[in-house]
Design a protein around this ligand. Structure first.
Ligand code: ADP
Length: 353
């Protein structure tokens, strides 16, 4: 085989003419081109909605390249996350996981955190859990926000959880998402005055005593802030990392920065920043940057962490949270966040067809 580089192969791929339906493919979806000992493998990032067409495109790429380059083999693979189902699992996290029966079959645990309350942390947790579910992942959602557990309300779930024969908590179900919230264990009128040791045991117990079964991903809605409660969760759950959400105002960004600093101290990887309420779409379609522009993006740059994406201020988001049914949200904001997250994380798995 001639010594073709990845760039040259990419150039050839870009020149392939595509049918109308195949135009959902763009070279941005190529995650990797590996050339090894005369063999070429091209990885294309796919999701549940586009994999059939991308499979066709992959075949077309193979056939076309076979005619134009002299390789021993040319294969295209569709990828979609989770390699051996771990993102950069650290050794100490594996240890934490090992003494934890219920979480043993949970492949990835991701915290959603914020420096302050009211920035949309629970909204993000709920909606990305649903987006992961739509992509055929087995998803769990753990509401560890002891100060204001809002997930039962956002998913219209109520009651007390039951125990199974092994005395493990049976999580609630929202359209296939396994849900457990500290809110199910509290009386509604009970003032939530949690001190260090109580927080510690309550969250740890809730995570470990729930029968999660096999999960690809467990999303943890963290308590806001940078105090005891956050440190407790970080140290007691085998987190792969945390996504930090903020609005673009400087006060919120300063708090987000503190949260990122806190996670770094306790050795939790920052998987990225999401900016919420980034802009408002005016009736004429133009964008109004109510709280400032690009604050989250700039913070991500400054701290050298991944910027996952932004979500506008949208009445539909609030309405669907209040109605307790995020699946009704027609806008694709959160699907885009999940796709961007998966694309930039180290998760890789051959897409199950
Ligand atoms: P946190 O968990 O950070 O305290 P929530 O997720 O509970 O914040 O959100 C606070 C309120 O803001 C909720 O009423 C929620 O519906 C609303 N909200 C969150 N994000 C948006 C958005 N992008 N557009 C409109 N309303 C939003």
């Amino acid at each position: 085989m001639s010594n073709l580089s990845e760039e040259e192969i990419l150039k050839l791929v870009k020149e392939i003419s595509l049918d109308k339906d195949e135009k959902i493919f763009s070279s941005d979806l190529i995650e990797d081109i590996v050339i090894k000992e005369g063999h070429v493998q091209i990885s294309i990032f796919a999701n549940k909605d586009n994999f059939q067409i991308l499979e066709k495109v992959g075949k077309k790429i193979e056939e076309t390249l076979k005619k134009s380059i002299n390789a021993l083999s040319i294969t295209s693979v569709l990828t979609n996350h989770i390699e051996n189902n771990q993102i950069d699992q650290k050794d100490d996290q594996v240890d934490k996981k090992d003494d934890n029966e219920s979480l043993k079959k949970v492949k990835n645990i991701i915290a959603i955190a914020s420096g302050k309350g009211g920035v949309g942390k629970s909204t993000l947790a709920v909606n990305i859990a649903y987006s992961f579910l739509k992509q055929n992942f087995k998803v769990g959602l753990l509401d560890a926000d002891i100060h204001g557990p809002s997930i039962p309300h956002m998913l219209n779930l109520e009651g007390k959880p039951e125990l199974n024969e092994n005395r493990k908590i049976i999580p609630f179900d929202y359209k296939g998402i396994k849900v457990m919230s500290i809110g199910f264990l509290l009386n509604e009128d009970q003032p939530v005055i949690w001190r260090g040791p109580m927080v510690h045991s309550a969250i740890k117990q809730m995570a470990q005593d729930t029968d999660w079964g096999n999960l690809d991903i467990l999303i943890v809605d963290m308590p806001p802030g940078t105090g005891d409660a956050q440190i407790t969760v970080s140290q007691n759950l085998p987190l792969n990392g945390a996504i930090v959400i903020s609005t673009p105002q400087s006060v919120a960004l300063n708090d987000a920065k503190k949260a990122i600093g806190m996670f770094k101290k306790v050795d939790v990887k920052i998987l990225g920043i999401v900016e919420n309420m980034s802009y408002f779409i005016l009736p004429d379609g133009s964008k109004e940057d109510i709280f400032g522009k690009d604050g989250g993006k700039n913070l991500a740059k400054e701290l050298e962490v991944n910027f996952i994406g932004s979500i506008p201020l949208d009445k539909e988001i609030r309405l669907n949270s209040d109605l307790g049914d995020p699946s009704k949200l027609e806008e694709k904001y959160f699907d885009e966040i999940v796709n961007s997250f998966l694309k930039n994380s180290k998760l890789k798995i051959k897409f199950k067809t």
